[in-house]
Design a protein around this ligand. Structure first.
Ligand SMILES: [Zn+2]
Length: 172
């Protein structure tokens, strides 16, 4: 039986337990994350999940349909974002699948923009992936004013670096 969800949610014996997952704080970052304790092969089902349906977007909700969100502050709502994630969510079947091989101790990551039209809060991303989008929004929204300022700041830093490099090379 799952000891990650409160007992009233444990109607399904395939829900995750602490034998297989650790809910933990993530080093140097605000908020919680989930690590696997066993190996999962790419393409395999990692876990099922559950929660409470809501019509509101909250910090730990995941979108099921345009007006319906699943509130899960115990497990799947705690997964970390990555622009090159190792997991993907099936929001119809409420299942997590591995996109990459997961080794014991690996942090499970998902791309928040895959399920969410708009995020509870947009944020700057430092996931380290070469495909990192730098500022994370939902799939149907543009960057907010903070995001636009942040992205403009990144571009001007890059332009300054290129100008400086070209000056040193004597390029005009
Ligand atoms: Zn990223």
């Amino acid at each position: 039986m799952s000891d990650i969800y409160p007992p009233e949610f444990c109607v399904d014996d395939r829900l995750p337990s602490s034998d297989t997952f650790t809910v933990t704080t993530v080093d140097g970052k605000v908020g919680m994350g989930v690590r696997v304790k066993t190996r999962f092969e790419r393409g395999s089902q990692v876990a099922r999940f559950t929660g409470q349906l809501s019509n509101k977007i909250l910090q730990h909700t995941l979108q099921v349909s345009p007006d319906t969100h699943l509130h899960d502050p115990w497990f799947v709502g705690l997964l970390t974002h990555s622009c090159s994630p190792n997991c993907v969510l099936d929001m119809q079947r409420l299942e997590i699948w591995a996109l990459q091989d997961l080794e014991p101790g690996d942090l499970m990551t998902i791309d928040y923009a895959v399920t969410e039209d708009s995020l509870h809060r947009q944020f700057a991303c430092g996931c380290g992936s070469p495909a990192c989008r730098k500022w994370i929004t939902g799939r149907r929204e543009g960057p907010d004013s903070t995001g636009l300022a942040y992205l403009a700041g990144l571009v001007s830093k890059k332009v300054k670096r290129i100008v400086f490099r070209n000056q040193r090379r004597g390029v005009r």
